[in-house]
Design a protein around this ligand. Structure first.
Ligand code: SF4
Length: 147
């Protein structure tokens, strides 16, 4: 699994301070994508377990959630990373452009954002959006927290 960037973010998962890894190799190539540099896997650096685990340990006192922007196309690697996050007591979230997420991945997530980017409909902050942000365990749709 290759990542383009690592950031600490505050809005993407409401109420959480999230460690956000943006994963390269997105196969969806949505028209109007704001992050086309994520299309090519080669644009990223290998996310090795040592760096990943050390980063999560370093931020353990400050952050509460680990967020993956994509990566569902590398299921086993994503599962392994989510298990490490859970082992270190982080909550977990995935932002995906897909409508349906693999059930094994869902089992290791607290929140998920689904739906491709569609220019005309906008993102989670728009009432017209096709995208859905929900609590995986309860199924509750939480888009209102972004609007
Ligand atoms: S899923 Fe996200 S990163 Fe992938 S093409 Fe669509 S908008 Fe871009």
């Amino acid at each position: 699994m290759f990542f383009f960037s690592f950031d600490v973010v505050f809005k993407e998962v409401p109420g959480e301070v999230s460690l956000c890894f943006s994963i390269c190799g997105c196969p969806l190539q949505c028209k109007g994508c704001h992050s086309p540099y994520l299309f090519k896997k080669e644009n990223g650096k290998f996310l090795d377990d040592d760096f990943y685990q050390k980063t999560l340990i370093d931020y353990q006192k400050y952050a509460t959630c680990v967020l993956f922007m994509g990566g569902e196309w590398e299921k086993q690697e994503l599962l392994s990373k989510l298990k490490i996050a859970k082992m270190l007591n982080y909550k977990t979230c995935l932002y995906s452009g897909l409508e349906d997420i693999d059930s094994e991945i869902l089992a290791h997530l607290d929140w998920v954002k689904t739906g491709a980017w569609k220019d005309k409909l906008g993102g989670l902050d728009k009432k017209t959006t096709n995208q859905i942000f929900k609590n995986v365990k309860t199924g509750e749709v939480l888009n209102h927290l972004f609007q």
